[in-house]
Design a protein around this ligand. Structure first.
Ligand code: K7E
Ligand code: CUA
Ligand code: CA
Length: 648
């Protein structure tokens, strides 16, 4: 995705199903501005109110700026200027994470996680294989990226992501933007929703298993769905060890945590325990299951758990009637579950019901304390929003924005008014419905899953783009649409094609990240520490030495890289040797990256400033093989190459 700023060409959408009101923003007619300009506008507006002396000058300045601003679309970020937000995008079955600057929607970087990446050699280098596991599948289905939090605010340390395809959870470091841990989740299948705890600091990362399977799943039970299970998994976000699991009734779809570190909750669309489409839709109500974290921890401490098969993970029984869980019946096949940034409520979105169910954390507390009888007593509102509600985002001003998959709309509604309506008052809680193009899944607001929700931008992640872009063959891109939510009315600002198939995004203000991002590698970085340790045992100073060390049939080739040269012009091995090439980039200069590609061997790796990268392979072909640099680093970049000579 690389969306050019949409300049004001006056090109209006021609489709009848396109909301012209929604496109006003793209035409820049309504005081459109970038965030910095918006602040200037605000300041001048305030100045114009500040006493008689300010009025004339203030108004003059304001209208001049408004005229100026009218020339630029709202998402315009001038060349050389930086975006205000990092959009941290998932990529679905592409298996990677993407960084997109917002509001420009310019793609900044891709971070391979579960996927192969030939540009940096993810899946090729020894360092990446240590993270991936040597025989790990090189695909994944990455739906949900969430940043670690401290006291309900982003702390810029990690992004946690799920892999539905291979039942894994991974962590990406936000200082170097590299995946540093990938773990398998035992006893379950298909990790879908995940959430880091908000309070006091991401301790647990919770992970939902969507597909029910036998436990243990070793072939003893097959076509016996009554013996299929799903479990809720708590992972220690620091060590990435699995702390415990909770056996549940039904399945688990999406999950959310509170702002106090006491509860988390998941949607279940398969209360039926079915294995067919008709079966999943049988019950009028499925449920939200709420987990009582302190009680589960106490049970684990008291030894009230089982283990399954070879796994040592404590499994607590949280099925109906247990003291650890609360099952709240909600309308048919709920999907997204989202906590409000004021820490009071969470909403479960109906999917097959036109409603969203609003629950109160305080009432959940009362239910566990035995003060409420009926699980439905924790529900404080159930607004009718439209067809196919999937996910809800918040602006921190009391409004919620829910995607309507079937209606192809975002509906903006007032939480307080929805609660009033549930209590029987005659109020209209719906504020606006905005057409999106088309069929939105997730949406996400800037800072919206934290206490710092700032209500500036909303992204609608639409599954279908149909006619919105130049045709690209039968496979279409998705369409992620940028929406300005800073005013009373939502305004569609930009269309942005994205490759298959992001589900979700986390929008983080740059103030939480910019100072934390490294520009060159620390030589002591744990990511390649193992390789550095190995070099030491060979008596190698990676910054200075370029030499070949042989141990029987194992050959270690050490070389530095400094534009435009590798430390070795050539090296010789014998056919059949196991060769490990270790390259250290001694150019400690920002942005001076080298690559190491070995011809006809399927090997390429990136070595950023200060980094050490290595690869191990069998030299199974005699002959001359050139290696060369793949990142354009110097006027003599093409000349930055050398030879591997393989003796027959
Ligand atoms: Cu709604 Cu996997 Cu978050 Cu897709 S899930 S949309
Ligand atoms: Cu080094 Cu190109
Ligand atoms: Ca169901």
């Amino acid at each position: 995705m690389s969306k050019q700023p949409q300049l004001n060409t006056g090109e209006l959408p021609s489709r009848a199903d396109t909301d012209t009101r929604a496109n006003a923003g793209a035409c820049g007619a309504e005081g459109a501005s970038n965030p910095a300009r918006r602040n200037v506008l605000k300041a001048s507006a305030l100045a114009s109110l500040a006493g008689a002396g300010g009025i004339a000058g203030g108004l003059g300045m304001k209208s001049a700026l408004a005229a100026d601003a009218a020339k630029l679309p709202e998402d315009y970020v001038a060349p050389g200027k930086l975006d205000e937000y990092y959009g941290i995008w998932s990529s679905g079955q592409s298996g990677e994470l993407r960084l997109i600057g917002m509001p420009s929607m310019r793609e900044l970087m891709r971070i391979p996680v579960f996927n192969f990446d030939g540009a940096i050699g993810w899946g090729i280098t020894n360092e990446s294989k240590r993270v991936l596991g040597r025989n790990a599948p090189l695909n994944g289905d990455l739906h949900h990226p969430h940043m670690s939090l401290t006291h309900g605010r982003y702390d810029g340390r990690y992004i946690y992501v799920n892999d539905k395809a291979n039942t894994r959870v991974a962590r990406v470091r936000c200082d170097v933007w590299r995946t540093d841990r990938i773990i398998d989740i035992p006893n379950v299948q298909a990790i879908h929703g995940i959430r880091p705890q908000r309070e006091p600091k991401t301790g647990y990362v919770f992970a939902n298993a969507e597909f029910r399977v036998p436990a243990p799943n070793d072939g003893r039970f097959l076509d016996d769905p009554k013996n299929y299970h799903s479990m809720y998994t708590a992972i220690d976000g620091e060590t990435m060890e699995i702390a415990w699991q909770v056996l549940v009734d039904g399945n688990l779809d999406n999950t959310e945590t509170d702002y106090e570190g006491k509860y988390s909750a998941s949607t279940c669309y398969n209360s039926e325990g079915a294995v067919t489409l008709a079966g999943y839709m049988q019950n009028e109500r499925d449920w939200v299951v709420v987990f009582n974290i302190p009680r589960i921890e106490a049970a684990v401490r008291a030894g009230k758990f089982k283990t399954i098969g070879n796994s040592k993970v404590p499994v607590v029984d949280g099925r109906h009637g247990s003291p650890y869980t609360l099952y709240v019946p909600v309308p048919k096949n709920p999907h997204g579950i989202n906590a409000t940034p004021d820490g009071k409520y969470l909403t479960a979105n109906g999917k097959l019901s036109p409603t969203t169910t609003v629950m109160s954390w305080a009432k959940i507390d009362q239910w566990f304390a035995g003060k409420l009888k009926d699980p439905r007593d924790v529900v404080v509102a159930e607004p009718q929003l439209g067809l196919g509600p999937l996910h809800t985002a918040y602006d921190g001003r009391g409004f919620a924005y829910t995607t309507l998959f079937i209606d192809s709309q975002i509906v903006k509604w007032s939480i307080a008014d929805a609660i009033a309506a549930y209590q029987g008052k005659k109020v209209n809680y719906i504020r606006q419905k905005l057409d999106v193009n088309y069929q939105p899944g997730h949406n996400h607001s800037s800072m919206g899953e934290t206490r710092d929700a700032d209500g500036k931008w909303l992204v609608s992640l639409n599954k279908f783009s149909k006619d919105r872009f130049l045709p690209t063959g039968p496979l279409h891109p998705d369409n992620d649409q940028l929406i300005d939510i800073s005013g009373d009315q939502m305004k569609l600002v930009a269309d942005c094609p994205v490759y298959s198939e992001p589900h979700d995004v986390t929008i983080v203000h740059r103030r939480f990240l910019m100072d934390k991002v490294r520009r060159v590698w620390d030589r002591a970085d744990p990511f390649f520490a193992e390789t550095v340790k190995q070099a030491k045992t060979h008596g190698i100073d990676l910054e200075k030495d370029s030499k070949v060390i042989r141990h029987g049939r194992k050959v270690f080739v050490y070389m530095w890289s400094a534009a435009p040269q590798f430390g070795l012009n050539e090296f010789k091995v014998r056919k059949g040797d196991e060769v490990t090439i270790v390259v250290t980039n001694i150019d400690h200069i920002e942005d001076l990256t080298h690559g190491f590609c070995l011809a006809n061997h399927g090997i390429n790796m990136e070595i950023s400033p200060g980094e050490t990268a290595s690869v191990t392979f069998k030299a199974d072909k005699a002959g001359v093989y050139w290696y060369y640099c793949t990142f354009f680093c110097h006027a003599l970049h093409l000349e930055m190459r050398g030879r591997m000579l393989v003796e027959a």
